[in-house]
Design a binder for this molecule. Structure first.
Ligand code: ADP
Ligand code: MG
Length: 355
């Protein structure tokens, strides 16, 4: 499979800050890709480099077989939807969408046809005559999207497109964006600092850290097989034990051997951590048969949609452990202050080096 967008060792500095530090990645045709990471890690800069609003200090960018490193934004087959999408307040929805095509002086017939199609696909046809002020936040968001889609870019770049929406609407729009991408068959590259959002929407995710890619892969791979401590702690909840890597897992100063499979990237004798997801922890009788067990005191119990979330204070650990247990698997609900034992399988341990 050939890449639609190829970012090759791209570098961008601002004074002493290296915003994008020799990043390489490929976007495939028809892919939903997410750039994820904490604020300031270089996501927007990388998106602007692909769009052509920033020039790299090194490396090159190829889009659809053409080296565009020196090509102006408007000559690139991409469209960047800005973080703050300003609609023209005095224009109708349809006019807002048509504006970009009118600027290109396309024939009126073609403009009408393309605007009609995009209105249809974004479910905005009934609202075509309204002004932006007569729309909800989510509807305005859809108009901004329609305006970008109507220009038929090969790649649509979206910088935190859902950040301004409230939680419920954001979750709804995540699914809608995914459906839309699927339907139009355009490559989407979305920037987000919200790991849940990236996992829900994207086919592949690049998690960035200080201008570099910490890990790139499908959501499940980042979640189940984090490459570093940073990835493990950024994606979802994770419990960590710190110690020394040994052949069978990790030697912890208090618990002794905690079993896990040691990846070839780690060396016996180095310091490292063992990570285990909250949903991999078992309680009571089902913990007894597990390779790894630790005991502690229940500090907090909360319900989370069919699951029970426990915070368990373990004497040797600074942070309490988090366990996520299916309610149907429990004979009794643990009480606050109770001493309990949690266990997990060797296969569910993830051994990580120091970042
Ligand atoms: P993100 O989108 O992940 O929050 P940015 O790409 O906006 O991160 O910024 C990455 C780094 O580059 C930050 O340290 C930021 O302060 C710096 N930066 C971005 N744009 C500029 C600029 N135009 N001038 C100076 N520094 C910048
Ligand atoms: Mg940004």
């Amino acid at each position: 499979m050939s890449a639609l967008v190829s970012v090759d060792r791209v570098l961008r500095r601002f004074g002493s800050v290296t915003a994008v530090d020799s990043v390489s990645l490929d976007l495939a045709e028809n892919e939903f890709f997410a750039l994820l990471g904490p604020s300031g890690c270089g996501k927007t800069t990388l998106l602007r480099l692909i769009a052509g609003f920033e020039r790299p200090d090194g490396g090159r960018i190829v889009i659809a077989g053409q080296d565009v490193t020196q090509v102006r934004p408007r000559q690139r087959p991409v469209n960047l939807m800005f973080q703050s999408y300003a609609l023209f307040p005095h224009m109708s929805v349809a006019k807002n969408i048509a504006y970009g095509l009118e600027m290109e002086r396309l024939p009126k017939r073609e403009i009408d046809q393309r605007v009609g199609e995009v209105l249809e696909i974004t479910a905005l046809s009934p609202l075509a005559k309204r002004k932006p002020e007569q729309l909800s936040g989510g509807q305005r968001q859809r108009v901004a999207l329609a305006r970008a889609l109507v220009k038929r870019p090969k790649v649509l770049l979206l910088d935190e497109p859902l950040a301004a929406l409230d939680r419920q609407l954001r979750e709804q729009m995540q699914l809608e964006l995914k459906r839309l991408q699927h339907e139009v068959g355009i490559t989407f590259c979305i920037v987000t600092h919200d790991q849940e959002e990236a996992l829900v929407m994207a086919d592949r995710v690049a998690l960035m850290q200080a201008g570099r890619i910490a890990q790139l892969g499908p959501p499940q791979e980042l979640y189940e097989h984090p490459a570093t401590h940073f990835v493990a702690s950024f994606i979802g909840r994770m419990n960590f034990f710190e110690g020394e890597v040994v052949a069978e897992g990790l030697r912890h100063p208090q618990f002794g051997l905690l079993q896990g499979n040691v990846p070839s990237t780690l060396q016996v004798g180095q310091s490292g951590s063992l990570a285990v997801r909250p949903e991999r922890l078992a309680l009571g009788p089902s913990a007894a048969s597990k390779a790894n067990r630790v005991s502690g005191q229940v500090k907090e119990v909360s319900y989370r949609g069919g699951d029970l979330l426990l915070q368990v204070q373990v004497a040797a650990l600074e942070e309490p452990l988090t366990a996520r247990l299916g309610i149907e698997t429990l004979d009794t609900i643990p009480e606050l202050g109770a001493e309990i034992t949690l266990g997990w399988d060797k296969a569910h341990s993830r051994l990580l080096g120091k970042d």
